[in-house]
Design a protein around this ligand. Structure first.
Ligand code: GTP
Ligand code: MG
Length: 170
């Protein structure tokens, strides 16, 4: 019915940033210290209740390794939402995330709900990207921003919930 919505969601970001770990936490409530690097992409689905509606996320967890870059458009094309993930302990992953945002701004669906996730928030002592810097960047680019931890589960459900709330309703 009108209150049930299917939404294609894609995760993009540097290898090792924690895309698969965020999905595994959200879909299965699990975390693996030695999560294997994704090959190509992996598909998951999960339904969330938001107010009086249900949102069924069809999730594409892409591979961050550079050699898979050319596959990405297949996954973000037609996506209603994207989560761009960086690792708060890695300046390189932050730079890579900004490149993904640029690519989506140029080639993605203009109505896409975009979330910017600074993952590994549990590693506060190794932090290299400040909340202030990331939030300022996100605000300039109209992204919704959160720090997350797939390990402790901090903000992981909230991230998906906030995306679900922002999806346009039919
Ligand atoms: P690719 O598939 O290669 O693109 O990487 P990915 O972005 O899917 O990263 P993945 O989820 O495989 O995580 C990489 C490593 O970081 C794994 O060893 C995870 O256990 C670890 N990791 C992921 N999220 C967190 C987190 O929130 N905190 C900590 N401490 N480690 C994390
Ligand atoms: Mg992965």
């Amino acid at each position: 019915g009108q209150n049930n919505l299917n939404a294609k969601l894609v995760l993009l970001g540097d290898m090792g940033a924690g895309k698969s770990s965020l999905v595994l936490r959200f879909v299965k409530g699990q975390f693996l210290e030695f999560q294997e690097s994704t090959i190509g992409a992996a598909f998951f689905s999960q339904t969330l209740a938001v107010n009086d509606a249900t949102v069924k996320f069809e999730i594409w967890d892409t591979a961050g390794q550079e050699r898979y870059h050319s596959l990405a458009p297949m996954y973000y094309r037609g996506a209603a939402a994207a989560i761009i993930v960086y690792d708060i302990t890695s300046i390189d992953s932050f730079a890579r995330a900004k490149k993904w945002v640029l690519e989506l701004q140029k080639q993605g669906n203009p109505n896409m709900v975009m979330a910017f996730a600074g993952n590994k928030a549990d590693l506060e002592d190794k932090k290299k990207v400040t909340v202030e810097e990331a939030r300022a960047y996100a605000e300039e680019n109209g992204l919704f921003f959160m720090e997350t931890s797939a390990k402790t589960s901090i903000n992981v459900n909230d991230l998906f919930y906030e995306i679900a709330k922002r999806l346009p309703r039919a």
